[in-house]
Design a protein around this ligand. Structure first.
Ligand code: AMP
Length: 249
């Protein structure tokens, strides 16, 4: 059984984001990039299924500029078998990514796509759902546990205040939540081995997809800075401040 794992190259989660002076986006020059953390969880889960002999091949796909190959190499070093790089310098929004993934699914025929629930740069949380819609496949989003048996997959989903368990028929889409697993670090021998694993290159044009953005970003702004707190000496002073300064009543 083949699994496709879409992985996005994003600003490293530990980097303090700086908004560009002209408010058109965030600063990317000389900023450390990494695999989207939810996608690392997706790669890890695919590898665990491989180790459990449920999965026979893991294909990692990344879309974007040349540097995406580094992100694919990371997935290969963790344990993916081969990579596909959809090369483009165009801005890719979730609908374009979902259409490109649909075209790759048509070529690769995976039984399962495991992807992040959201990319931490755009926080869209849309691509998995859109891909499921475009393919007409069932989806198990925000997964915190998976179990595969008899051509079906049981997905435990993290929902507000609890867990929901759904049973999906394969082929299906699963999107990962934080508690699904703890991704492994690639060992040095595996990093060396990954250099020899193949990465195929393609383009949106070859896949027959127009990736043109459908949404325009009007502006990106830093969150409003929080004001420092003050200590009050009496309950009366607190009540006065709430009434006269915060105007809560
Ligand atoms: P989003 O809907 O943008 O929050 O992204 C959800 C998931 O879609 C990510 O966690 C990735 O698995 C996948 N994805 C989004 N953009 C890309 C990309 N450029 N290349 C590969 N996968 C992507």
């Amino acid at each position: 059984m083949k699994v496709l794992v879409p992985i996005k190259r994003v600003v490293d989660a530990n980097v303090k984001i700086r908004v560009k002076a002209d408010k058109t986006g965030v600063e990317l020059a000389n900023v450390k990039m990494a695999m989207n953390p939810f996608d690392e969880i997706a790669v890890e889960e695919a590898i665990r299924l491989f180790e459990a002999k449920v999965v026979t091949e893991i294909v990692a796909v990344s879309m974007g500029g040349q540097a995406c190959q580094e992100t694919i190499r990371t997935a290969l070093a963790m344990g993916a078998d081969r990579g596909i790089h959809v090369k483009t310098d165009a801005e890719l929004q979730p609908l374009a990514v979902a259409k490109l993934l649909k075209a790759i699914v048509a070529k690769e025929n995976p039984a399962l796509v495991i992807m992040g629930k959201q990319a931490i740069d755009d926080d869209c949380n849309q691509t998995g759902q859109m891909l499921a819609g475009l393919l007409g496949w069932p989806q198990g989003t925000f997964a915190s546990k998976l179990a595969l048996a008899d051509g079906k997959i049981t997905v435990t989903r993290e929902i507000d205040g609890g867990l929901e368990t759904v049973l999906l028929k394969l082929p299906a889409i699963v999107t990962t939540d934080l508690r699904l697993n703890q991704p492994r670090y690639a060992s040095l021998p595996n990093i060396m081995k990954a250099k020899k694993k193949p990465i195929a290159e393609t383009t949106p044009a070859e896949l027959g997809v127009d990736p043109a953005p459908r949404l325009t970003t009007l502006k990106v702004e830093e969150p409003v800075k929080r004001k420092g707190g003050v200590k009050v000496k009496t309950v009366q002073e607190l009540v006065d401040k709430l009434h006269n300064e915060a105007k809560v009543f």
